[in-house]
Ligand binder design. Structure first.
Ligand SMILES: [Zn+2]
Length: 429
């Protein structure tokens, strides 16, 4: 089937879904039906999930390639992300069919999505090895309620409210779209984490063995980050500087910054939002990527102003320049680099004087740091990696690798520093 036909079918599904949803929205129903064309059974879709936890914060769930299969009075959503495990593919969800016509199947997604996978797209071989062994870490969802269905370009967005067994209230965002990987996306196979680190896809079996691809954006068009509309004016310029730091690392214009329209907040299916987030858990960055190619499709960044170490406005802005550059680095796929050896990467943690120095250098438009330049040009642009001049590298969870290693022994290394994301937990960066 042609791509155009699939798109038309998806649009039909979404329109039908919306009609059904709107017609039932006024009732006190907890489960809204959705309509699916029988013609798309067997087609591949991309399913991406993120969720807000009121007490812990934001997170994402591992992206999947799925298909739908009829099974009596239900549809099964099959996980076909991993071709090696495709016989039989795991059932991600069983979706009851509530009504059927020759051209439509009314189904209940709220009933179907009753578990949440805690695995996420920010992952790497050091989290679990280079061989796919995980069966997921799923939690049950209780008191589920469909909140809304919306259509964003070719992506259907379904929002659900639920709670977990331990009483966490969640708002869960499901993005479903026809799976159309860019044919011209240039994958980058990661061989190891010895010299540099990117987040990676889960391992995939090929005839050559297990492969993992770096997660990274496609750069045929600029990567656009949008400052949330509630970002105070006096900090916007510094955040822009931090984002645009990466253009110096690329050696050309790859990233852009815009002001998000009013009301746009992270997560958002249409924007890579840099969310001003007073009261959040930690400044951090999340990516959602194509599980097969590693192409990053959504990035959400949370900037927590209360973690700044004080100082006057100029000093706060220099801290924000470093912080934005660090978090955008994660959004571009880069892992931490905690190797001792001076200021060679914004992906390291620093004490306040170094943070202020990096911030002021970003403000002054000085060249990007050596590690950052070398690895983004290598992974994104295919430039050769000069291992003689490449600064040392190590990352979270590698033995003996932790921030501030070159500093004298101290009991409170983070005291007085800009608090970026915690390093002790490799799953939260
Ligand atoms: Zn970090």
């Amino acid at each position: 089937m042609s791509r155009e036909m699939r798109m038309r079918q998806l649009q039909f599904i979404v329109v039908a879904w919306l009609v059904v949803t709107l017609s039932s929205a006024s009732g006190a129903v907890t489960a809204q039906p959705a309509s699916l064309s029988p013609n798309v059974l067997g087609e591949r879709f991309l399913l991406q999930i993120s969720y807000d936890q009121r007490t812990v914060g934001f997170n994402t769930s591992r992206s999947r390639i799925v298909t739908f299969r009829r099974d009596g009075a239900a549809l099964q959503m099959l996980d076909v992300s991993d071709a090696q495990r495709s016989d039989p593919p795991p059932v991600l969800a069983t979706i009851p069919i509530s009504r059927e016509t020759p051209s439509t199947l009314d189904v209940d997604l709220n009933e179907a999505f009753n578990t949440l996978d805690r695995e996420e797209d920010r992952t790497g071989e050091d989290y679990y090895g280079r061989i796919e062994m995980h069966d997921g870490i799923a939690v049950r969802l209780f008191d589920r309620r469909a909140l809304s269905v919306a259509y964003h370009g070719a992506t259907l967005v379904f929002d659900q409210e639920a709670r977990t067994n331990d009483g966490q209230q969640l708002i869960i965002h499901y993005y479903l779209s026809a799976y159309q990987p860019r044919a011209d996306f240039r994958r980058f196979e990661m061989k190891n984490l010895r010299r540099f680190g990117f987040y990676e896809t889960y391992p995939q079996w090929r005839s050559s063995g297990w492969v993992l691809y770096a997660t990274k954006f496609d750069i045929h068009e600029p990567i656009v980050f949008a400052l949330s509309s509630d970002t105070p004016k006096q900090y916007r310029s510094a955040l822009r500087d931090g984002v645009l730091y990466w253009n110096r690392a690329f050696g050309r214009t790859v990233v852009r910054v815009i002001d998000a329209p009013s009301g746009v907040r992270a997560p958002n299916p249409d924007y890579n939002v840099i969310q001003w987030a007073p009261g959040g858990f930690a400044s951090t960055s999340y990516i959602q990527s194509d599980p097969l190619t590693g192409q990053i499709l959504h990035a959400h960044i949370f900037i927590l102003p209360h973690t700044l170490a004080g100082g006057d406005l100029d000093q706060q802005n220099d801290q924000l320049r470093y912080l934005a550059a660090h978090e955008v680095g994660h959004a571009l796929g880069l892992r931490h680099n905690f190797a001792p050896g001076g200021m060679t990467s914004v992906m390291d943690y620093f004490k306040l004087p170094q943070i202020l120095q990096i911030g002021s250098e970003i403000r002054a438009g000085m060249p990007s740091l050596a590690y950052d330049t070398a690895v983004v040009q290598h992974v994104y642009l295919g430039a050769p990696l000069d291992t003689d001049t490449l600064p040392p590298f190590c990352t979270d969870s590698q033995q003996g690798c932790f921030p501030f290693r070159s500093a004298p022994k101290q009991s409170n290394a983070l005291h007085g520093n800009v608090s970026t994301d915690p390093a002790h937990d490799p799953l939260r960066q």
